[in-house]
Ligand binder design. Sequence first.
Ligand SMILES: [Zn+2]
Length: 469
Amino acid sequence: MTAINWPPRYPSDYVPPAGQEYWSSIVETMPPEQRDAAILGKLREQVRYVYHNSGFYREFYADAPVDPANLGSLEDFTQLPILTKEEIRREQEEHPPYGRFLCVPPTDVFRVHGTSGTTGRPTVFGIGRDDWERIAEAHARILWGAGLRPDDLVMVAAVFSLYVGSWGALVGAERLGATCFPFGGGAPGQTERAAEWAAMVKPSALYGTPSYALYLAETARQMGLDPLNDFAFRFMFFSGEPGASVPSTRKLIEDTFGCYVVDQGSMAEMTPWMSNSGCRHLTGGMHLWQDIVYTELVDPETRQNLPLGAEGVPVYSHTERTSQPMIRYWSGDIAQWDMIDCPCGRTYPTLTRGIYGRADDMIIVRGQNVFPSRIEDILRSMDVFGGEFRLLLERERGELDRLTVQTEVLAETFAEREFDPASLEPLREDIAASLRRALGVAVAVELKPAGEFERTQFKARRIIDRRTI
Ligand SMILES: [Zn+2]
């Protein structure tokens, strides 16, 4: 057992030659067994550190069947309890604001971020200065893999607030040496201004959500701009929604802007959240940059670890965090993982279809698991699709869940036929048949004219849950 330098320190002025594929060739392409050994070294230090420095983890690991101060294997690591958002909320309520997760004096916190708490008490993250620098280093390395170079100009088109997504994108691009354009998002009229500025400044890269990119294109067209010729986006990197790994959404964005798309993102709590990220070669899905944040896949019911090839819930662990480390954090997302031969040559496992659902978002229709991202894929692949959709979930006493897909169709298609509703019927039946084939179960379909549903600049909320019982 060799001692390692933990937490690692990275030289702040290192940048590879622009023609080099990797930020760190050795680390990114090592054989997986060798990487596992390196990860074990980091996790052993990380877990020992939280056990000694966090009152929460000391209690949380009191009954662990392994010695948290000296893990012998990655198998040992999987014996530690899984941490949930509920436990973080409870701990932070009892010991505000950070909970006893904080392992440094509160005065050493460099940035305070958090989740907005739209579905419960907000969660607070205290991030120390060294950790913030390591986040910047990790994101620079991953963005390098995504194809970002120092001569790029990055437009960060997401809200600058508690939300750590935009800040994470910004610090990574800054550390890499790219020109940064922190445009922001979310204010009324800001998308029109985004289109004006993008046409004027000509950023080569964009960070935001897939919904935002599509909304930007729609807005630009209404202003008489052509997203393909008036903008100069070479690539776009996204987080916060599954769209970048949904084949038809991805293709639509790529065709609209003449760019390529990189899917990214684990969870805000796990920042550096880019540790799930595609590279410039991958056409859907995300590599798991395991040495930065260690990811396991576990069964949603039994919480047992799953082998490569399986579908389950990603569980994330920091490997180099000193301020507020999250160890074995339950994401509640659903993904499938495997080893693939990516042309980039990285030897990381890959979430082959990105994150395509939430364990609690999964809709069960007559015994079939249905994910909203699958429906999105089918709708967007149709020529008549109007751009938005909603999923209406209903249940009456004693009944099974009923799912109605409300989809927009092109305004002209709708207008042609709306005075004779029966003439829309064949189209509705066509769409219902495509959905039934792809989902393996029949769902109800309602047609709406394009523009019926609100466009979003952030994460789209497309499920309307009217289940009352
Ligand atoms: Zn790759």
